[in-house]
Design a protein. Sequence first.
Length: 219
Amino acid sequence: MSENERIRKIIEILRKEKKNWDVPVVSLMAQTGSDPFKILVSTVLSLRTKDKVTEEASNRLFQVVKSPEDLLKLTEEEISNLIYPVGFYRRKAKSLKEIAKILVEKYGGKVPSTIEELLKLPGVGRKTANLVVTLGFGKPGICVDTHVHRIMNRLGYVKTKTPEETEFALREKLPKEYWIEINELLVALGQHICHPTSPKCSQCPISGLCPKVGVKRRR
Ligand code: SF4
């Protein structure tokens, strides 16, 4: 079987399976019609934070904040109080305030639509930038977080050491039609089955297509 055929089969299986799994929070927000600003803010909030906590914090914040201008009017302390208890909430409140200032002053209150411009914003790394361009603007991009990085290596589809290397390897190899949805599918698989330690290979719907590269202990 060719690599393209194998990845196509994997994606087809995961598309069916994801109906039984919780959808990662940022994708969920995109499906409910969120704008690039909300995708950007909720992705910043989601780093090192559980999905449920991110979702609740985003909802609290978006009841008060609808735009970068609204965010800029709040003090860091007010933002902190609204987003608590997301991980590093004080640092994220500071970043969000700075992001709002830049968006208002430099971009006329709009979120930029390129990875390069997004990466200039404080607290925004490649994962966030890729999520904003893919989910917020529907442009090609591959959001590689720890789940995508780990699973793509276990599948033997890439052989890389960091999420950033994985992103560039996937840009070379993964058919473009899968770029946007791969994050959602593999994050769901990673949260439910393909855990960092001791993945549940015996319950995994793609086990027959996975060489389990580097997996030492599994269930
Ligand atoms: S078979 Fe195991 S290692 Fe491969 S994707 Fe499934 S859970 Fe992960």
